[in-house]
Ligand binder design. Structure first.
Ligand code: SF4
Ligand code: ZN
Ligand code: ZN
Length: 309
């Protein structure tokens, strides 16, 4: 490749198709860190003294986010960074990933909290999957709902102001398209960089990677020699999400910048959708006392269906 278009000194290792930049290793890594800083400030994700908990599964995106936030937060000595790993109980997968999460937290000197489905709900995902009869709900539907609850509980118990997750541009645009394909248009109001549903028991969630394409997260991790788990989850992805991923990647390959366009379009449409959506009044679940829009929260409904709550 040729010379880096930013420093005009070092050899370029990456060509960014949607901007035309050719970047050397150092300028590329700095560009990702700057992008994350810009996203944080554009969406006002953090206050200088916010304590932050990062959801770290042990996979590429979350471990890389932890590295970058550790670097950024060094400039804010009043804030403490924590990591949390939820062990869903997926044999041969999460137990492996947990080792990477532990090791990265140790190297970075980040306080690490580990929680599990077993501890919170009495059963791990593998056990729950064996009980699922209703086929329209996939292991991922249970996993997603139960993990969100586990993350919120861990963040609340740690007393942090923000919970950061590593959803990248690809995750976000896939979810946007999936909501449309499912006919769940108003759900689009919940796919956004900062989620602040106001309730004292809910910790606001932020996504500092939402404007970074997945392949750039992967390249950053590779160039920085970050170690993470790369084996996919045995229950990974529904067929539809895989199709949407493939279509978006094909479009991006032919028309660079497509994913950003989808993301920005959503940013513009969202206020109108929010105005259409009825404001959900949050109350406390009759069973567990966690915030919910109905009498029983989603995790309690799911566990009740399996007749174990
Ligand atoms: Fe959970 Fe599905 Fe992700 Fe596996 S792929 S960790 S089951 S959400
Ligand atoms: Zn350079
Ligand atoms: Zn409940």
């Amino acid at each position: 490749m040729s010379t880096c278009t930013l420093c005009e000194k070092r050899e370029a290792v990456f060509m960014r198709p949607y901007s035309g930049e050719r970047l050397c290793r150092r300028c590329f890594c700095e560009s990702i860190e700057n992008k994350v800083r810009a996203t944080i400030s554009r969406y006002e994700m953090f206050q200088p003294d916010d304590n932050i908990m990062v959801g770290v599964s042990g996979g590429k995106d979350s471990v890389t986010l932890l590295h970058i936030l550790t670097k950024i937060e060094k400039k804010f000595p009043d804030a403490t960074l924590y990591a949390v790993t939820v062990d869903e109980g997926i044999k041969g997968y999460r137990d492996e990933a947990l080792k990477f999460a532990v090791e990265n937290c140790r190297k970075l000197g980040v306080k690490h909290v580990v929680t599990s489905f077993k501890q919170m709900y009495g059963y791990g995902l593998d056990e729950l999957v064996n009980m699922i009869e209703e086929k329209e709900l996939t292991p991922c539907s249970y996993c997603g709902v139960l993990r969100r609850r586990a993350l919120n509980t861990a963040a609340r118990e740690a007393g942090v102001e923000k919970l950061a997750t590593a959803h990248n541009l690809d995750d976000e645009t896939q979810t946007m398209i999936l909501n449309i394909l499912h006919g769940d248009v108003l759900r689009l109001t919940r796919v956004k960089p900062v989620l602040t549903v106001v309730h004292p028991k809910l910790v606001p969630r932020v996504k500092p990677f939402c404007e970074v394409p997945e392949r750039e997260v992967a390249l950053y991790a590779y160039l920085k020699k970050i170690e993470f788990q790369s084996v996919p989850c045995p229950y990974a992805g529904t067929a539809l999400r895989n199709d949407v991923r493939a279509i978006l990647n094909r479009l991006e390959g032919k028309h660079a910048g497509t994913k950003f366009t989808v993301f920005r379009s959503m940013e513009r449409i969202r206020p109108a959708l929010e105005a259409m959506a009825e404001e959900v009044k949050l109350r406390e679940c009759n069973k567990c006392g966690e915030p919910t829009g109905s009498e029983l929260c989603k995790p309690c409904q799911m566990l009740e269906k399996l007749s174990i709550a």
